[in-house]
Write a protein that binds this ligand. Structure first.
Ligand SMILES: Cc1ncc(COP(=O)(O)O)c(C=O)c1O
Length: 303
């Protein structure tokens, strides 16, 4: 059987043989820029934009990946092509980039390495099972106890693998409800984001989402805003607080795998009439139309 191929710093290896050192800064420092792109019908979605965001993260992290964005794009397309045979026609995959600074040198300067950057590119099956039911039932959005790392300490726009704060937050909301999806607040109590997604409300016909002052500039966030614009739905980027979520007509998350995940409860309270709202459904349908694939059906067929 053909085994998935992984790109590691210039070589393609079978996934079971893909290794990095225990001294890699990815392990020692969590010092890794990352991107996760998905395919629709085996075609990568917004790959150039993901790579553009990756290079912005790398620039601010002062990591040199040893190739320019054009070569990264070409290399990524090669990795995808090499692996597409592993996915059935109705299946899609993640394309993941993890780029660490390289082999850490112990001592006073954490940016010192004894190698070039470790560039890892691989694909994984896009499993949507755990989100599938939320398209029709809506999820329960719950605020975590842990707050977001202040963007003044680690700019929220840098997409990186230092994930402890997100993991803690998500594990806290799972204590409240095992199926809850986290809403992380910033240190001022404003809504920032989910561990892997952005947050939107619809109130009085207006779509609202936090500005990127405290959240990742998500690709799905910008897709939702663009679709709304094309459909004449007014949208604003603004400060949102838990009160705004509790009193919204609709609430949803956006992220690369599920695109739009409706929420019908917030901290135990029903959102609107407690069902998935019309604007959310219109946006989801428009997204499916744009990518030529029924996003909800693809996920629910996995149940
Ligand atoms: C912290 C965080 N916020 C938001 C998102 C959503 O971004 P995108 O729409 O680009 O997947 C992600 C994606 O992984 C994320 O990690």
């Amino acid at each position: 059987m053909f085994e998935r191929q992984v790109y590691i710093s210039g070589t393609m290896v079978p996934e079971s043989q893909a290794r990095i050192s225990i001294f890699d800064s990815a392990v020692m420092l969590g010092d890794t820029a990352t991107e996760s792109t998905r395919t629709f019908g085996h075609h990568p979605f917004k790959l150039a934009e993901h790579i553009d965001r990756l290079y912005k993260s790398l620039k601010v992290m002062r990591i040199d990946p040893g190739m320019d964005a054009t070569e990264m794009l070409r290399t990524t397309q090669n990795v995808l092509q090499a692996n597409l045979q592993c996915y059935a026609p109705d299946q899609d995959c993640w394309i993941v980039h993890n780029i660490s600074r390289g082999l850490s040198v112990p001592g006073s300067d954490p940016t010192l390495t004894s190698s070039g950057a470790t560039v890892m590119i691989f694909t994984q099956y896009m499993c949507l099972r755990n989100w599938a039911q939320f398209y029709t039932d809506g999820c329960h959005a719950v605020t975590s106890m842990s707050r977001a790392v202040p963007t003044q300490s680690l700019d929220a726009r840098i997409k990186n693998r230092s994930r402890l704060a997100y993991t803690l937050a998500e594990s806290e909301v799972k204590l409240v409800d095992p199926l809850a999806q986290g809403v992380i607040l910033d240190i001022h109590g404003n809504v920032s984001e989910n561990k892997g997604g952005n947050i939107f409300v619809v109130s009085g016909g207006v779509l609202k989402t936090p500005t990127t002052a405290n959240c990742l500039a998500g690709m799905s966030r910008s897709t939702a805003l663009k679709l709304a614009d094309g459909m004449g739905i007014p949208a604003v980027e603004t400060i949102l607080q838990p009160y705004d979520l509790a009193t919204a007509d609709e609430l949803f998350f956006t992220s690369t795998p599920y695109c739009i995940m409706p929420a019908t409860r917030f901290n135990g309270l029903p959102i609107g009439d407690g069902t998935v709202g019309p604007v959310t459904i219109r946006l989801l349908n428009a997204w499916s139309k744009m990518v030529g694939l029924d996003i909800v059906k693809q996920a629910q067929d996995q149940l």
